[in-house]
Design a protein around this ligand. Structure first.
Ligand SMILES: [Zn+2]
Length: 155
């Protein structure tokens, strides 16, 4: 499903949700986001546009639109639910457990492997969700600094 900001009105109408001004701002803000914000962060952003929108309105809108399939709700680890619109191509997520950053990626090889595994078990994939929890890799010492280290240790 692809959602364009101009589709918001139609989606809400089709789903019997009145497109109130706050709802419109909430969805538009989420359409612009690329970082899968949680409700509190989204609320912070919408109140820069419309200071009177309540956090409870943001919560209710997110829940209603997730139920209608307009938004995808993610529960990454133990953190609060985070949201993204379903307007983008399928992708998987790397979740940085240190910073909470979410990185999107897509691997044709992983997609193919998953299909193969499902097929081997006599199934076809309906959908899948891949979340990989990561932390920044320890940087490997460059050759130069490794050589310097050896010299210093030899002294
Ligand atoms: Zn995503």
């Amino acid at each position: 499903m692809t959602i364009d900001p101009s589709d918001i009105k139609r989606i809400c109408r089709d789903n019997g949700l009145r497109l109130t001004a706050p709802r419109k701002i909430i969805v538009e803000t989420l359409l612009e986001a690329t970082d899968h914000p949680d409700a509190v962060e989204l609320h912070r952003r919408v109140t820069t546009i419309s200071p009177r929108i309540a956090l409870s309105t943001v919560y209710r809108t997110l829940v209603a639109l997730s139920e209608k399939g307009v938004l995808e709700k993610h529960n990454f680890g133990n953190g609060p639910a985070r949201f993204e619109t379903v307007d983008r191509e399928h992708h998987d997520h790397l979740i940085d457990v240190v910073s909470g950053n979410v990185i999107e990626f897509r691997s044709g090889e992983i997609e193919r492997l998953q299909e193969e595994i499902a097929r081997q078990h006599g199934y076809e994939i309906v959908s899948h969700k891949l979340e990989i929890y990561v932390r920044p890799a320890k940087r490997r010492r460059s050759k130069i600094s490794a050589a310097r280290h050896r010299r210093q240790s030899a002294k």
